[in-house]
Design a protein around this ligand. Sequence first.
Ligand code: SAM
Length: 241
Amino acid sequence: MNTNDFEILLESILTENNLQMHLRKDSLSKLTLFYRKLIEVNAHTNLTAITEPGEIVLKHFADCIILADIIPQNAVLIDVGCGGGFPSIPLAIARPDLKITALDSTAKKISFVKSVAELIGLYNVDTVCARAEEYAQTKRESFDACVSRAVARLNILAELCLPLIKKNGMFCAMKSISAAEELEESKPATDKLGGIFKKSMNYELKHNNERVNRTILIFEKVGKTPGQYPRKFNQIKKNPL
Ligand code: SAM
């Protein structure tokens, strides 16, 4: 699909989902550059299973831009397990006031996200190649907000994310159909790690006949994470809190 057709499709899907207010003058061209680079690199490096333009806009771009309504102004935010740049890149385009650290343990994914941020001129995105549980050793309780999409079940994800968040900060876990079950299952973990569940935001994304239902589970960091967490990943996985 050529650049012009993609921009038209992008604008129409974002408008259909009431997300057009997050489009600045240059947002469409920035998202289009991201799309082109994603498709180009995805041909030889596995970044996403979704390749059809309408699906990329709906399931990746719109799904990430939803966060723009939730994150506080000027927040210092970390995206744990950003993969090919979701949600960090669309969120950074929609919210230039945020200072975003895109973190992933896979070097080729981080190198892709870094190259996209440079290509688009996203000065509010830093990239870090590290495991979240190891990064917390030096960046403990440093972020106002943490977001994470499609990385791990919530009882595991909570131990990767909550230690990185400051007191009174926010944790957004982007989930699909298993959200309610994961929320229930993770209560002991979030309690121990200093998090409290605030609310769940359910939303439906639509385009033509397609409907996609998603949930963002929103937590507040109300207390410090005890020093023994996060543990090493094999312990987190083998014995979730
Ligand atoms: N968030 C992206 C998205 O929604 O498309 C990527 C999701 S991908 C399924 C999961 C990503 O999490 C992978 O890129 C993987 O390398 C990363 N990951 C898994 N465990 C991690 C950890 N402990 N620390 C940092 N990254 C991690």
